[in-house]
Design a protein around this ligand. Structure first.
Ligand SMILES: Nc1nc2c(c(=O)[nH]1)N[C@H]1C(S)=C(S)[C@@H](COP(=O)(O)OP(=O)(O)OC[C@H]3O[C@@H](n4cnc5c(=O)[nH]c(N)nc54)[C@H](O)[C@@H]3O)O[C@H]1N2
Ligand SMILES: Nc1nc2c(c(=O)[nH]1)N[C@H]1C(S)=C(S)[C@@H](COP(=O)(O)OP(=O)(O)OC[C@H]3O[C@@H](n4cnc5c(=O)[nH]c(N)nc54)[C@H](O)[C@@H]3O)O[C@H]1N2
Ligand code: SF4
Ligand SMILES: [Mo]
Length: 761
């Protein structure tokens, strides 16, 4: 990688004639986002936040912001914000009246004394740290859990670990590299105009809607920049998203049938001899076996499975074989027990066509050569050795492959562990950034609630009270927003966009709020007072942040310098596999056992999984469960991101609720007519697991037999109803527990049968 460079000389703070100060900073969380690092200009007058604008000097976002950042003042000054630590007697869990304001000292005394008590009684692994998706808090999960609490029980309660990890596992095992992303010239000073850059002819957008999700540190609107310059799209999505409507080919597949489609695209490229023989010969392992497997999925067979016309598959494959072409591969790969196979077959297309790490191709992230959970590249993909402790962490015995994947418990088995106390009890819950019963991270949230309800101690950190905290916590700690604390945007999972930005404290925290980093350090000073002083990062936030910056190879600036710059940009070279930048031994090649892209995966073979992609029919489809077809004729998909919320967040922000007022379900006009459902009606969605209620949005973006449901809804305004009416629109209650892939990854967050009907009244 190149050196980190300052991208703009504009001062970090300016004062306007009327005394208003304008601070330039980047945004992460709270409120939540994926560390995109969008550039803000924050206007503060007399200590009050007046407005937020986009910063044109941010080299990727160029002043563009979504509505969630534009409404930050409403969020910051919201009357429901948590402002002080509060405690509640354990037998009062669920009672909103029982909270009592306390000091930080008392809060820390409680959580530290409970820590020693429970640790003594049940052992260190009984202490758990829960985190959700890649918000700033999640950057501290492993530190807090492993290094402060000395526990191995880091929990991410997402069934089948169905977010990013299946994709990263496929990247790691098949591509032999860290996070990959489309090449949007992110690291270049002149961006698309850099002479080394080439615009992709085609971009394959797979199960992702980057315009609205800006996922994993990616500024999704850059797809539009590239389209304006001439990149054409091929979109694989059961819904006609805006991108699908503007694509050359919209491959509108039946939900969950992705591997069949991806295999058929490979089939065409191989059968029509469109692949890059030289790249395959030099850099790929197992092409013959891979080709043989792909021959089992001709386009006509895929048409039968997926519903995508064979001619469209052929035409799309011919486009994708061109150079350069690239891919934007999203969440729907992960939310499927067939996940690794989808990733394998989708990126396989780009491998066999020589579109890896070439200008305009699929850009390989920079690997931290020896793996390691650094927050940039190679995230969590280290082999986790369990040999010091004979008892594996929850779920790693049932799914030993998890040892090779990530250092958290296996999510579905975690629920079993919470219920049974096996292989060890979990009695101390430290919840930071996961509102897991609010139709969010978990499936079967009611079961998770029951499993946690009687635990000995629960503390949560958050910005607002929410259903999970109201139901479970004994102690709640108020967290400051991104504008009220110092931090770094290190990108979630991905080091691709070539940036490293500073969060600046531009406002004094409301009430007594503290950042997650401050809270972690305060707890550390109490639990581990004897740390070696040479471990500087534990001293204070500035030392911690400087240490984090300097853990990146070739970077030696300190945190205050980065704050002055606001943004730092760096380049990741092309063709890292030729330059010897991917492997620990510094030799050319990929970071895989054979040193090549493993079209035939020796790692999967070693773990007892099929080394080649195969198609698995969704487990609850009409084909798998014909006996359900009559009663449950529809299939639902969930979670297509809305710009007005980040999962369960933002539901209390009036301007955003004005745009998106209630949980909605998209229904095709002819299905709505058949069911007598009109736009704006409340409808029930029901299946053998449960029932919930949403508002009908009638639209042809879905096919007649598919509905698309919101997730993450609760109603903060329902203060007098049980847990803010959290069960009303809770689509995750309609999803199965532990229907996961062979290795413990990938789960059904869609492709699930249901029926809908109008709710009376
Ligand atoms: N505004 C906002 N942004 C977010 C989030 C948020 O809650 N709000 N959440 C963040 C998180 S944690 C994540 S992981 C990312 C996810 O962001 P993305 O990866 O962009 O995923 P989604 O928006 O969930 O879904 C994208 C598309 O997948 C389609 N889809 C549904 N089922 C299938 C299927 O079976 N196959 C295929 N091929 N496509 C399918 C949906 O119709 C949808 O258009 O977004 C992040 N960004
Ligand atoms: N049906 C369905 N369910 C899904 C999905 C789907 O597509 N469909 N997507 C799944 C995916 S991909 C994911 S990753 C999960 C996400 O699930 P989670 O990440 O668990 O999201 P939330 O439930 O919104 O919980 C986040 C909580 O953290 C708080 N918070 C925000 N920022 C911070 C911070 O910096 N520090 C602290 N301490 N707290 C903060 C918020 O106020 C909120 O209460 O949901 C999953 N659930
Ligand atoms: S993606 Fe949107 S919400 Fe997230 S930081 Fe950027 S503008 Fe703000
Ligand atoms: Mo996610």
């Amino acid at each position: 990688m190149s050196e980190l460079r300052r991208v703009s000389d504009t001062p970090a703070v300016e004062e306007l004639a009327d005394g208003t100060k304008v601070f330039r900073t980047a945004q992460w969380s709270p409120p939540g986002c994926h560390g995109v690092g969008c550039g803000l200009r924050v206007f503060v007058k007399d200590g009050r936040l007046v407005k937020v604008e986009g910063d044109p000097d941010q080299p990727i976002t160029n002043g563009r912001l979504c509505v969630r950042c534009l409404t930050l003042p409403e969020y910051y000054y919201h009357e429901d914000r948590l402002l002080y630590p509060m405690k509640r007697a354990r037998d009062q869990r669920g009672n909103p009246e029982a909270w009592e304001r306390i000091s930080w000292d008392e809060a820390y005394d409680i959580l530290v004394s409970k820590y020693w008590e429970i640790r003594e009684k049940y052992g260190p692994d009984s202490i758990s740290v829960w985190t959700g998706t890649g918000r700033e808090a999640s950057a501290y999960q492993f530190q807090l859990c492993n290094q402060v609490f000395h526990s191995r029980t880091a929990i991410h309660a997402n069934g089948g670990w169905s977010c990013i990890i299946p994709r990263q596992t496929a990247m790691d095992w098949v591509l032999g590299c860290a996070y990959v992303e489309y090449d949007g010239a992110f690291g270049f000073e002149d961006r698309y105009d850099d002479p080394r850059y080439e615009l992709p002819k085609y971009m394959l957008v797979w199960g992702r809607n980057p315009l609205w999700s800006n996922p994993d540190g990616l500024f999704g609107h850059s797809v539009i920049d590239m389209m304006k310059r001439g990149t054409k799209l091929i979109v694989a999505d059961p819904r006609a998203s805006w991108l699908a409507m503007h694509a050359e080919y919209h491959l509108q597949l039946r939900p969950g049938t992705d591997t069949a489609l991806a295999m058929a695209l490979n089939n065409v490229i191989i059968e029509e001899d469109l692949y890059d023989h030289e790249f395959v010969e030099y850099w790929c392992y197992g092409f013959d076996e891979y080709a043989e497997r792909m021959r089992t999925m001709p386009p006509e067979k895929a048409e039968e499975i997926t519903g995508v016309p064979a001619d469209d598959i052929r035409a799309a494959a011919r486009c994708l074989a061109q150079k350069p072409s690239t891919a934007s591969v999203g969440l729907k790969v992960d939310q499927n027990p067939n996940c690794i196979q989808i990733g394998h077959a989708v990126w396989g297309i780009f491998a066999i066509c020589g579109n890896l790490d070439n200008p305009g191709g699929v850009k390989l992230g920079q690997t931290m050569k020896n793996g390691g959970s650094t927050g940039r590249g190679g995230v969590g993909m280290t082999v986790q050795k369990e040999d010091e402790n004979p008892i594996p962490i929850a779920g790693h015995e049932q799914y030993p492959a998890m040892d090779f994947i990530i250092n958290t418990t296996q999510p579905d088995c975690t629920l079993d562990t919470l219920l049974t106390g096996s292989p060890y009890p979990i009695e101390y819950l430290f919840i930071q950034s996961s509102n897991f019963i609010s139709s969010c991270i978990t499936q079967q949230p009611m079961r998770w609630l029951e499993a946690c309800r009687h635990k000995e101690f629960c503390v949560a950190t958050d910005i607002f009270m929410n259903p999970t905290i109201q139901a479970l916590a004994d102690l709640v700690l108020p967290v400051s927003t991104a504008l009220e604390h110092e931090g770094l945007v290190t990108f979630h999972g991905c080091n691709q966009p070539g940036q490293f930005n500073a969060l600046t404290k531009v406002l004094e925290p409301e009430g007594e709020c503290k950042s997650d980093l401050e809270i972690m350090l305060d707890i550390d000073h109490r639990i581990n007072p004897d740390r070696d002083p040479s471990e500087k990062k534990w001293l204070d936030t500035q030392s911690y942040l400087t240490d984090k910056i300097r853990s990146i190879p070739d970077v030696d600036i300190d945190y205050p310098t980065l704050q002055e710059w606001v943004y730092g940009q760096y380049e990741v070279p092309y063709k890292q596999y030729e330059l010897g930048l991917l492997r620990a031994d510094g030799k050319p090649g990929f970071k895989s056992p054979t040193g090549r892209v493993e079209l035939f995966s020796t790692v999967m073979q070693h773990l007892g999984e099929d080394p080649l992609p195969y198609y698995e029919e969704p487990r609850f489809s009409k084909i798998s469960r014909p006996e359900w077809a009559e009663e449950y004729p529809l299939t639902f998909v969930t979670g297509a991101r809305q710009v007005t919320s980040f999962h369960t967040e933002h539901r209390m922000i009036d301007s955003l609720r004005e745009i998106h007022s209630y949980a909605t379900v998209e229904i095709h006009p002819s299905m709505a007519e058949k069911q007598g459902i009109h736009e704006g009606d409340w409808v029930y969605i029901e299946n053998p697991w449960g029932r919930c209620k949403m508002v009908a949005k009638i639209t042809p973006v879905v096919k007649e037999d598919v509905i698309s449901c919101d997730h993450g809804w609760w109603y903060p305004e329902d203060k007098d109803k049980e847990l803010y009416s959290v069960w009303k629109s809770n689509i995750n209650e309609l999803m199965p527990h532990k229907e996961i892939g062979k290795l413990g990854l990938g789960s059904h967050y869609g492709a699930i049968p249901c029926k809908i009907y109008r709710a009376e009244g």
